[in-house]
Design a protein around this ligand. Structure first.
Ligand SMILES: C[S@@+](CC[C@H](N)C(=O)[O-])C[C@H]1O[C@@H](n2cnc3c(N)ncnc32)[C@H](O)[C@@H]1O
Length: 373
């Protein structure tokens, strides 16, 4: 199986599919096609591991094993049974099946899981003459995704979400997913060389992601992936691909990256996260309310994820803060400002229509990313 080319699928938050496609193309992967909620592509095992290590914007990367319309348990059983599981399993794997059913005739994830597991084990019994499966070995995480009856059997090569880079050990009150933070940086006018400041930096996710991007460091270098334990892949793959990622950070166009917040506890976490990500030398943090913030530098970019008024603060306090963001920009005339919020009153409170807007999701919350360029 070492040189197989797999049909792959990178799951992404709505709104980020384009960024994920561009990223996969930049990594040299073939047959890249975006669709709602994800991107299809082809990759050999090395390309797949490289994508897991370097993709900053997608949630998980899967090998697509089979897909077709299933409206009955019998159809699902047959679909799973036709997959050549004997190629993917040596016999000791722990088959970890999970299932999502959305607007489909098959509505019970638990029943779909148990039908699929039956089919998988039956196939292995028939093809390998093995009768017992101790499931004591490495995990083979399998997702059965049923959306309007279209059923996909996916092998999860990432394991836990790719947003878990390994540097965040405590989440603070309203953290941003690392994949979304990276996307905010990528979608902003900031490019390495320009100063970047997050005036509501909280636990520092935007700053860490910007510093990782600036130095060209692989976002997943400090974590492992499910595929690194798959018995059907070459055991030397991991060290080969990882050694290519370990090249020294690029020194081109380093910028000043900084952040501030009025909450000293959040800043403690931000300091811990920058240290754990290995970028503490590149990021400056200060405890200061954005109303008092004054930065040097004729041009730069503010990127922030201010409170939305959904959980921590009342809507009117948030809108006052949005007005204060507008004043911050007025004090820094050469600077762009980008802010994400779910509050539809943002532009009115800010006092100006954004130059660009982008609909994005922070978890399940529909948000808009406002860019004042
Ligand atoms: C939604 S959280 C940001 C979370 C952050 N993106 C992260 O990944 O942890 C909003 C942050 O704005 C900060 N904040 C609220 N009012 C502020 C103000 N007037 N000046 C500076 N920071 C403020 C809060 O302390 C909080 O950390």
């Amino acid at each position: 199986m070492t040189h197989s080319v797999f049909s792959c699928y990178a799951a992404a938050a709505f709104g980020l599919e384009g960024l994920v496609s561009d990223e996969l193309r930049r990594l040299g992967l073939a047959d890249v096609h975006a669709e709602n909620g994800g991107v299809r592509f082809s990759a050999d095992p090395a390309g797949l591991l490289n994508a897991n290590l370097k993709c900053r914007f997608c949630d998980r990367i899967y090998i697509s094993l089979a897909e077709e319309t299933c409206t009955t348990f019998e159809a699902l059983y047959q679909l799973v049974f036709r997959i050549p599981w004997e190629r993917y399993a040596c016999g000791t794997e722990f088959f970890h099946l999970s299932c999502k059913c959305v607007r489909s005739k098959l509505m019970s994830p638990r029943d779909c899981q148990s039908v699929s597991k039956k089919a998988l084990l039956e196939r292995l019994r028939k093809q390998t003459a093995r009768t017992r499966f101790p499931e004591s070995g490495a995990e083979l995480p399998i997702l059965i995704s049923i959306h309007q009856d279209w059923t996909r059997i996916l092998l999860n090569t990432s394991g836990v979400s790719l947003s878990r880079r390994g540097y965040r050990t405590w989440n603070g009150e309203a953290p941003l997913r690392e994949t979304l933070a990276a996307a905010l940086v990528q979608l902003s006018p900031w490019r390495p060389g320009l100063p970047l400041h997050d005036p509501c930096c909280g636990t520092g996710t935007i700053l860490v992601e910007a510093a990782l991007m600036m130095t060209g460091r692989a976002s997943g270098i400090n974590r492992s992936f499910a595929m690194e334990s798959f018995s059907f892949l070459d055991p030397g793959l991991s060290s080969r691909v990882r050694s290519c990622c370990a090249s020294p950070a690029s020194e081109k166009a380093l910028s000043s990256i900084s952040g501030s917040d009025l909450d000293p506890e959040a800043l403690k976490l931000a300091r811990r996260h920058t240290r754990q990500a290995g970028v503490d030398q590149l990021v400056q943090l200060d405890c200061i309310p954005l109303q008092e913030l004054r930065l040097n530098g004729a041009a730069g970019v503010f990127i922030c994820n201010p409170p939305y008024g959904e959980r921590m603060d009342s809507a009117s306090e948030c809108r006052k803060l949005y007005r204060d963001l507008a004043l911050l920009r007025q004090r820094h005339p050469g600077w762009s400002l980008c802010a994400i919020t779910s509050d539809p009153g943002f532009e009115r409170a800010f006092g100006k229509k954004a130059d660009k807007k982008r609909r994005l999701y922070n978890g399940r919350l529909e948000c808009t990313y406002y860019i004042y360029d």
